[in-house]
Design a protein around this ligand. Structure first.
Ligand SMILES: *[C@@H]1O[C@H](CO)[C@@H](O)[C@H](O)[C@H]1NC(C)=O
Ligand SMILES: *[C@@H]1O[C@H](CO)[C@@H](O)[C@H](O)[C@H]1NC(C)=O
Ligand SMILES: *[C@@H]1O[C@H](CO)[C@@H](O)[C@H](O)[C@H]1NC(C)=O
Ligand SMILES: *[C@@H]1O[C@H](CO)[C@@H](O)[C@H](O)[C@H]1NC(C)=O
Ligand SMILES: *[C@@H]1O[C@H](CO)[C@@H](O)[C@H](O)[C@H]1NC(C)=O
Ligand SMILES: *[C@@H]1O[C@H](CO)[C@@H](O)[C@H](O)[C@H]1NC(C)=O
Ligand SMILES: *[C@@H]1O[C@H](CO)[C@@H](O)[C@H](O)[C@H]1NC(C)=O
Ligand SMILES: *[C@@H]1O[C@H](CO)[C@@H](O)[C@H](O)[C@H]1NC(C)=O
Length: 291
């Protein structure tokens, strides 16, 4: 006698068997992180353009030996994760600006990357201060205010306007340019220096001890999510060119960060939409007739 649950699963295989396709050859890995095309590893696998070139680190202290790193400008960042279908890359970075010390940030100008507006939070630490994000072409583009009346109303783990505040990251942000303004007419000489940074939205938990580190010279590394896209205009423009990156069984969508486009597998297909052949978008269901 077959147990009932086994019988049920046999009946199911009468119809469809779904399976997941590998999205990249097993060689496209650094440490345990997969590097799917359009990303590629220098000297090991193809990449779409220089922006997508990854190196398997040579033991940098940032992220450990052999782990992937991404170069942007003169800076090198450890990679924590690459999302192929959603167009994210999570890096380990100090995207920070200190009122008294200046910024330790980077500019993403001229790259296919922007700071993700949906996965990061702009975060400011300080007392009686407004931290405003600047957009050189159009003035202010976001920010938040933080107050501390007494030490007693500062609560660890709470970042809602007392000593710590958070605001959305504007869409398409490519660099952290800030203006801090003190908003108290009392003696401000005892206030801590303010600090603001961009961080993956679930990765920062405020602690009152961070207020005394806002003047630290040591860069604070935190997970930061970048959004990437294929540079080449809108889908309609790219579609007319030979460099169009979406392969078989895919569709194209304009990326929301204003740079270019991305590809996804059509419904019923799975794989890497930027690749042709076995690792590309393939039917993900096989029909098994009932015997
Ligand atoms: C890689 O390994 C590290 C340490 O073992 C682990 O924390 C991390 O979650 C792993 N990452 C992936 C993508 O599997
Ligand atoms: C890509 O396609 C998959 C499967 O159809 C879908 O679940 C996913 O939401 C799509 N991703 C984007 C970013 O459109
Ligand atoms: C830091 O900020 C100053 C003034 O806003 C700017 O000129 C400089 O380029 C910034 N540095 C970096 C590395 O972004
Ligand atoms: C900056 O301003 C320009 C021009 O108004 C606008 O196109 C762009 O989206 C703004 N960027 C941000 C991050 O707000
Ligand atoms: C204190 O506030 C005054 C007036 O707003 C300002 O000029 C000064 O730079 C502030 N001092 C500090 C240390 O921020
Ligand atoms: C927050 O936590 C830190 C470290 O655990 C502790 O030193 C500090 O006193 C706490 N602050 C508050 C306001 O509870
Ligand atoms: C370009 O777009 C048209 C209309 O949306 C579509 O029919 C065609 O298949 C696309 N070409 C490529 C190469 O995807
Ligand atoms: C992409 O953007 C262009 C212009 O920005 C617009 O005309 C087009 O309809 C958009 N295409 C898709 C697929 O959203």
């Amino acid at each position: 006698m077959l147990p009932v649950f086994l019988l049920q699963s046999l009946l199911l295989t009468c119809f469809f068997l779904s399976f997941a396709h590998p999205m990249e050859p097993s060689t496209s890995r650094c440490s345990n992180i997969s590097i799917p095309y359009p990303f590629g590893i220098a000297g090991k696998s193809h990449f779409l353009s220089q922006d997508f070139q990854i190196s398997c680190g040579s033991g940098s202290s940032i992220s450990g030996p052999g782990s992937p790193v991404l170069s942007i400008g003169d800076s090198v960042f450890g990679i924590l994760d690459i999302s192929l279908l959603e167009g994210f890359v999570t890096i380990w970075a100090s995207i920070n600006s200190q009122q008294c010390k200046g910024n330790s940030s980077i500019s993403l100008d001229g790259t296919v990357f922007t700071f993700s507006d949906t996965r990061n939070k702009f975060t400011a630490l300080g007392c009686n201060v407004v931290a405003m994000l600047l957009n050189s072409s159009s003035g202010y583009s976001g920010g938040c205010a933080s107050f501390c009346s007494t030490k007693n109303n500062i609560v660890n783990g709470s970042c809602s306007g007392v000593a710590c505040c958070q605001a959305p990251v504007p869409k398409g942000l490519r660099k952290l340019e800030l203006e801090f303004s003190i908003i108290s007419n009392k003696d401000n000489s005892t206030l801590p220096c303010s600090e603001a940074f961009i961080v993956e939205q679930n990765s920062y938990l405020f602690s009152s001890t961070d207020l005394s580190n806002t003047n630290s010279m040591k860069p604070q590394y935190r997970p930061v999510v970048l959004e990437w896209s294929i540079d080449g205009g809108s889908c309609e423009e790219a579609n007319q060119t030979t460099s169009y990156a979406c392969r078989e069984n895919t569709y194209c969508y304009n990326s929301s960060n204003g740079i270019g486009y991305r590809c996804n597998c059509s419904k019923g297909f799975e794989g890497n939409p930027y690749l042709q052949g076995p690792y590309g978008c393939q039917g993900n269901q096989v029909f098994y007739p009932c015997l």
